[in-house]
Ligand binder design. Structure first.
Ligand code: PEP
Ligand code: MG
Length: 322
């Protein structure tokens, strides 16, 4: 199997009936790029920047961030690198921000909510991203967007920092794609409206599942409710993909589900454009895709959407493909 995977390293990700999708990797630091290269990934679908902010005493400076982002996009050349702005709070704490304890950290002051409020932190990151964007194919992605208004505010700050840098004669990329993570059900439901304003979606199923099922992703006692194959999740995924395509935009997925062998045929059938996963899953997924046809996957997905439970969906996929 390993040999078969290795042969696919420099091949495009194509189904048996010739449909091409993009298989990219999730990274946490510039050092992870090596693994991206070794595993034949076509780009980076999620760069979790919070690791730059963690395990230290204070915030990383604009220059420090610029160097990290530049290093990644330069190494990736023309290949896309989707960089997610700071997503702290929830399970990822930054002690030096001295934030008050919360009853429900996953429902609290985190990610874009924190960035819009503490906008000096956010603007520093945006400037670093804008400066790094001239060195490669950098795309910016905002996490935990719940309302259109949040997206517009974040985009507005990005525009302001871009204008400011240009006024300072600093080079910034002209055509940077700006997208959002879809990890809150309200945003999936409102995808048709968002699709008119964003350049792309990336579905964050790790959180989307926890928020849709109201089951803490860290709590063992309710883990039986953490159901990636639940038709409720598949329906939300479909809404997002269809909405993006109606506006000529693309949808990716960067939660664990994107590299899961049961989910892959379903996601292909639902029309997902980009699958972002841990680097070591890229070649196995490419191999799996090469043996599927889109035509058959579409039929499987249609059946799954009408089913009553995650177990039924899983049994259907296993019987048909695994
Ligand atoms: C997600 O929620 O699916 C995701 C990719 O983000 P994180 O796991 O970093 O919350
Ligand atoms: Mg998330």
């Amino acid at each position: 199997q390993k040999k078969e995977w290795a042969k696919l390293k420099n091949e495009p990700s194509k189904t048996k009936d010739g449909v091409q999708v993009e298989l990219v990797a999730n990274i946490g630091t510039p050092d992870d790029v090596e693994g991206v290269e070794n595993n034949g990934s076509e780009g980076v679908g999620l760069y979790r920047t919070e690791f730059l902010y963690m395990g230290r005493e204070d915030l990383p400076s604009e220059d420090e961030q610029f160097e990290a982002y530049k290093k990644v996009v330069e190494q990736m050349g023309e290949r896309p690198v989707v960089i997610r702005t700071l997503d702290v709070g929830g399970d990822k704490e930054l002690p030096y921000l001295n934030l008050p304890d919360e009853m429900n950290p996953f429902l609290g002051f985190r990610a874009i909510r924190l960035c819009l409020e503490k906008d000096d932190i956010f603007r520093t990151q945006l400037r670093a991203l804008l400066r790094a964007s001239v060195y490669g194919n950098l795309k910016i992605m905002f996490p935990m967007i719940a309302t259109l208004d949040e997206f517009r505010q974040a985009k507005q700050m990005l525009e302001e920092e871009k204008n400011q840098l240009q006024a300072e004669q600093v080079n910034v990329g002209e055509e940077i794609e700006v997208g959002i993570m879809v990890e809150i059900p309200s945003t999936a439901v409102m995808a048709p409206q968002f699709a008119k304003e964003v350049d792309f979606f990336s579905i964050g199923t790790n959180d989307l599942i926890q928020y849709t099922m109201a089951a803490d992703r860290m709590n063992e006692q309710v883990s039986y409710l953490y159901q990636p194959y639940n038709p409720a999740i598949l329906r939300l995924v479909k809404m997002v993909i269809d909405a993006s395509h109606a506006e000529g935009k693309w949808t990716g997925m960067c939660g664990e589900m994107a590299g899961d062998e049961v989910a892959v045929p379903l996601l292909l059938g639902l029309g997902l454009d980009e699958f972002s996963m841990s680097a070591t899953s890229v070649l196995p997924a490419r191999s799996q895709l090469s043996k599927l046809t889109k035509a058959e996957a579409v039929k499987t997905a249609e059946k799954a959407l009408e089913m009553n439970s995650a177990d039924e969906v899983e049994a259907l996929v296993r019987e048909q493909y695994l």
